[in-house]
Design a protein around this ligand. Structure first.
Ligand SMILES: *[C@@H]1O[C@H](CO)[C@@H](O)[C@H](O)[C@H]1NC(C)=O
Ligand SMILES: *[C@@H]1O[C@H](CO)[C@@H](O)[C@H](O)[C@H]1NC(C)=O
Length: 306
């Protein structure tokens, strides 16, 4: 009888231990955020992905968000093969709805630049005070410089199509207050400050979706490009890590590469548990400990039952 009680206490003890250790040993870095698969250079939290991207793209409550000094923008998808990230701006106007917006800007030090497919149209700009209406190519007396045109005249059909949308036609403004915005220097960082441009709204899209004349089906949002580094190489250590179901991360004082494995363990190589120098497989201490627990449990079960 006494032996049995003793065994039960031990059994409980071991059960608690295994539960605790499985809680602690969950993978810190996730390979998805909501519906969006997460791969390098993106990450789901601190220490995940690439440190240059971590501060701009974060996963909160299964929602992937890009943050810039102008606001927070839901990431709608990431095309890893072409290195393009698509975001939406809840404050922008679309064919379905017009609303006032402050504009959109990328931080100067953010590792993103605008994708050429992104088209911005300024809507509802003041014909009297907006700088986009200073005569294109003319001399501006105020600044004593030549004014560089900011609206693309060849983009006029885009404005016509947008004005065929009920929501946009309801702005009740002449179509001339629509401008396909193409400043000469879109640059890596770029500011579309609607207050400065004296426009109340803008629309952005990155695809006609095969139907240029049907603005209802255009893909509204902003497409951004990103690069892994100056040579745009996918780090091979990270590729190996992802191939072994790990998630790339970083850590230590110098933000060096870390492979976060499904069991929660971090390695400097991959989750096949080969050391970078020695390619023979080795058993990990955690596994040994796990096996020991199972053996102990089995042993006590046997003692209790028989
Ligand atoms: C593993 O790496 C991740 C990401 O850098 C970190 O958050 C976590 O604390 C590390 N886990 C362990 C057990 O060292
Ligand atoms: C504008 O340019 C002219 C000729 O270069 C110069 O004489 C004049 O001082 C300039 N005015 C201002 C306001 O900078």
């Amino acid at each position: 009888m006494k032996v049995k009680q003793y065994s039960c206490v031990l059994l409980l003890y071991f059960l608690t231990l295994t539960t605790l250790s499985s809680l602690v040993a969950s993978q810190t870095c996730k390979n998805s955020c909501g519906q969006i698969p997460i791969k390098y250079p993106f990450g789901t939290g601190l220490g995940c992905g690439d440190p240059r991207f971590q501060q701009y793209v974060t996963c909160n409550q299964e929602k992937l968000t890009l943050t810039t000094h102008t606001g927070c923008y839901p990431v709608t998808n990431i095309e890893y093969s072409s290195q393009v990230i698509h975001i939406s701006d809840p404050s922008m106007s679309t064919c379905a709805c017009t609303q006032t917006s402050k504009g959109f800007g990328l931080d100067w030090d953010a590792p993103f630049s605008f994708h050429d497919d992104t088209v911005f149209t300024l809507l509802d700009c003041s014909t009297t005070s907006s700088p986009i209406y200073r005569t294109n190519g003319a001399y501006d007396v105020d600044s004593n410089t030549t004014v560089i045109p900011q609206c693309d005249k060849t983009g006029a059909p885009i404005c016509s199509f947008l004005y065929s949308c009920r929501a946009i036609s309801m702005l009740n403004l002449p179509i001339s207050t629509c401008c396909v915005y193409t400043p000469v220097d879109l640059g890596p960082s770029f500011e579309m400050d609607l207050q400065k441009l004296q426009c109340t709204s803008y629309s952005g899209f990155y695809s006609f979706n095969g139907q240029e004349s049907n603005p209802e089906n255009w893909k509204y949002g902003i497409a951004l490009k990103y690069k892994f580094n100056v040579y745009n190489d996918y780090p091979s250590s990270c590729a190996n890590c992802e191939r072994s179901n790990g998630v790339c991360g970083y850590g230590g004082a110098y933000n060096t590469f870390v492979c976060n494995c499904p069991g929660g363990l971090n390695t400097t190589s991959d989750c096949f548990f080969r050391s970078p120098y020695n390619h023979s497989p080795r058993l990990l201490p955690r596994h040994t400990a796990g096996n020991f627990l199972i053996f102990s449990l089995a042993y006590f079960m046997v003692r209790v039952l028989f």
